[in-house]
Design a protein around this ligand. Structure first.
Ligand SMILES: Nc1ncnc2c1ncn2[C@@H]1O[C@H](COP(=O)(O)OP(=O)(O)OP(=O)(O)O)[C@@H](O)[C@H]1O
Ligand SMILES: [Mg+2]
Length: 678
């Protein structure tokens, strides 16, 4: 090939490069002809100069450390992302290389700043516009290649190695500022959720906001290619019961303009919700006063639901001078293979000082009946049983049922075990003068026959007391026969009818309500109920897949995960039981589309297994002291200790570069701090 042919071909490419560049954005400079471009085993760099006019107009997008630009490499015509490493500004006088002492009085002179800005940047990924392929930019970039500020969201996603589809998390940023003028959307594919997500961040960093934005995004179906998922939230703080309400910033508009722009832009695609399903744990102490007033279980449930809604809504409405009206409130029933699914359905009209809309609350009372649980289920409720106690209890209950004996409530079991302990202590196996009913007497016999050690009986009694103290067992609601006590609602029916009957609204387990009405140690109580519900969902998925039935994906959100999965739990068995459970659920999740999303403030406070099992980690603003537990690259370590609200770094296998920084907008669904309202 003659040299002249090569020159001709290069000339054509130069022209083409400029055309491509102009079609994708705005040219801000050209790779230097005087400083070399380079690549070696450590990576590469290019140097380019930016004209003063362009520099002063766009410096925040072009010339911050970490800014991302594009360059069209002349030989390949690929679009290559460039990450700015250094920026050098010089006054005109600097070019003269004069010593400072030459100027006795420093003089300001605007024209002195009209110099080119020298920028050094590192090539990251190469995008072949023709084939759509993205590869690592591992070749040197030609001098004279045009450098550009990109505007096209699709190309931006490509050269930043961001997924083009999935759940909307927010905007990729450079530092705290959305990159490319807010055109770099960050999506996390649903499949990444099946490999589980951990969100870390200090108080007020935006964990709950991010979780809510993820929920809003999934419910809206935006950019999800028609995939639907059921959402279950474990809510220890009453943070999620307000999600069907309108976001506060939309009504108040007291936020900085740039925040309003980002959030409004997201809300063009992601509309709010208009309903929620509340799984409401009902304890004996909740129903006590109601059963005195109301005649039937249906009236009791209705009254509980009505009071619940008023307690929730009144403070918010009066704080902002809004109003609401409960337009409909009725007990409904869905047939289900296992019992009936009973719930209270409510439609509420909310007037936000002019703007009016309707929201739906479906309240499903949650409680348990002792006879409904198999021995194994009862034992797995409380992770604090010692191994011996688990074993013994299992044997007692099995021997007991083989005698066809029957205990109506867990309280009966508790009494019988206490009697057994008494007789073991007294070495007096004959019935005392107070004669227990024959069923309880059976328990005592079994305990004696199995020669269970006293300390094991002690642990059994203590842990059954802990289960009893939650208050959710055998809750009498003034029914008769089968309806005497509240049944555990068939969660499998809620899930299989989630879209047909329940509109696909998120299912929120209100654990704060449980804590408020339970006598037990709050952490134990919420764990017992949360683990039961988790196991039920897990079981449903397992059964569906065993029978080769299609079931929708389920995403489970566990905000403040340290409260459910603490790194320390008193007894050794606790840690073992809990990690075994998460491990099983997490592994099934990968295969069967069950995803866990945890949030917590400190990686040290959650069980190690949570750190190990989450393949995507999101770190919002975090205390310095937590950095050592996270293997973040150096360039992000400083950043996450100082980032502003709702800004963080995400580490995920679905990102081409492994990491990106991003900002999630203001909450896209209701987010009200109830603790400051009451
Ligand atoms: N309704 C609201 N509208 C706008 N901003 C809010 C609203 N409520 C809280 N914020 C602010 O948004 C930021 C993120 O709050 P968020 O509740 O998401 O944090 P968090 O990380 O969950 O905190 P915590 O650990 O206390 O639960 C906070 O700085 C908070 O002050
Ligand atoms: Mg929170």
């Amino acid at each position: 090939l003659a040299t002249s042919d090569i020159v001709k071909s290069i000339e054509d490419k130069l022209k083409a490069a400029i055309e491509v560049a102009s079609s994708l954005g705005e040219i801000v400079g050209y790779v230097s002809r005087t400083s070399p471009s380079m690549i070696d085993e450590e990576g590469g760099y290019v140097v380019f100069d930016v004209d003063p006019v362009i520099y002063f107009q766009n410096f925040s997008s072009i010339a911050q450390s970490g800014s991302i630009l594009g360059v069209i490499d002349i030989k390949t015509l690929n679009v290559i992302s460039l990450k700015v490493l250094s920026v050098e500004r010089r006054d005109v006088l600097a070019e003269l290389d004069l010593p400072d002492m030459y100027f006795p009085i420093p003089q300001a002179e605007a024209t002195g700043l009209l110099t080119k800005t020298r920028i050094k940047a590192r090539p990251l990924l190469a995008y072949d516009v023709k084939t759509g392929e993205v590869t690592t930019a591992n070749y040197v970039i030609e001098p004279q290649s045009p450098v550009l500020l990109l505007r096209n969201p699709h190309v931006i996603q490509k050269i930043m190695g961001l997924p083009s589809e999935g759940v909307f998390l927010g905007y990729a940023t450079v530092g705290d500022t959305p990159a490319f003028g807010g055109h770099a959307y960050l999506f996390l594919p649903l499949k990444a959720f099946y490999q589980h997500v951990l969100v870390l961040g200090t108080t007020g960093s935006g964990k709950t906001t991010l979780l809510k934005n993820i929920i809003a995004s999934i419910i809206s179906g935006y950019n999800l290619n028609n995939e639907k998922a059921s959402i279950v939230v474990f809510d220890p703080n009453k943070d999620y019961v307000t999600i069907p309400l309108k976001p506060l910033w939309r009504l108040m508009k007291q936020m900085p303009e740039n925040e309003l722009v980002l959030a409004s832009k997201a809300m063009e695609k992601i509309n709010g919700l208009n309903g929620v399903i509340i799984l409401l744990p009902i304890t004996r102490s909740v129903v006590e006063e109601y059963v005195e007033i109301y005649e039937t279980w249906a009236r009791v449930l209705k009254a509980i639901a009505e009071d619940y809604l008023n307690t929730l809504l009144k403070p918010i409405m009066s704080k902002f001078s809004w109003s609401y009206e409960v337009e409909e409130l009725e007990v409904a029933e869905e047939p289900s293979p296992r019992g009936k699914l009973r719930y209270v359905k409510s439609r509420i009209r909310v007037n936000y000082g002019g703007e009016v809309s309707e929201v739906y609350y479906y309240i499903i009372p949650y409680a348990l009946r002792f006879p409904d649980l198999t021995p194994r289920e009862l034992i797995s409720l409380n992770p604090y049983f010692t191994r011996q106690a688990k074993d013994a209890l299992q044997r007692i209950l099995l021997a007991f049922s083989s005698k066809n004996a029957y205990l109506e409530t867990i309280y009966d079991l508790y009494e019988a075990l206490k009697e057994s302990r008494f007789r073991v202590e007294e070495k007096q196996y004959k019935p005392r003068s107070i004669i227990l009913d024959p069923n309880k007497e059976y328990v005592v016999e079994v305990v004696r026959d199995l020669a269970i050690h006293k300390s094991t009986i002690e642990n059994m009694i203590r842990q059954i007391a802990a289960i009893i103290d939650t208050g959710i067992f055998d809750v009498y609601v003034k029914g008769t026969g089968e309806d005497k006590y509240l049944h555990e609602p068939p969660l499998e029916s809620v899930l299989s009818k989630h879209f047909d009957v329940f509109n696909g609204y998120p299912i929120v387990v209100d654990l704060e309500y449980l804590q408020l009405h339970s006598m037990a140690d709050p952490e134990k109580t919420i764990s017992i109920v949360a683990f039961r519900i988790l196991n039920k969902i897990f079981e449903w998925k397992l059964v569906q897949s065993r029978f080769k039935l299609e079931s929708q994906p389920v995403l489970i959100f566990i905000d403040e995960a340290h409260r459910f999965f603490p790194s320390r739990g008193g007894v050794e068995e606790y840690i073992e039981n809990v990690s075994g459970m998460i491990d099983r659920i997490a592994r099934l999740g990968r295969a069967r589309k069950l995803g866990l999303v945890f949030s917590t403030h400190s990686p040290k406070d959650v069980h190690d297994i949570v750190l190990q099992l989450t393949n995507t980690k999101i770190v919002l603003r975090t205390d310095k002291s937590h950095l050592s537990a996270l293997d973040l690259p150096d360039e992000y370590r400083d950043f996450v200790t100082r980032s502003s609200d709702r800004v963080g770094v995400i580490k995920s296998h679905v990102l081409r570069l492994g990491y990106t920084t991003f900002k999630t907008p203001l909450p896209l669904i209701g987010h009200y701090d109830l603790s400051v309202l009451t």
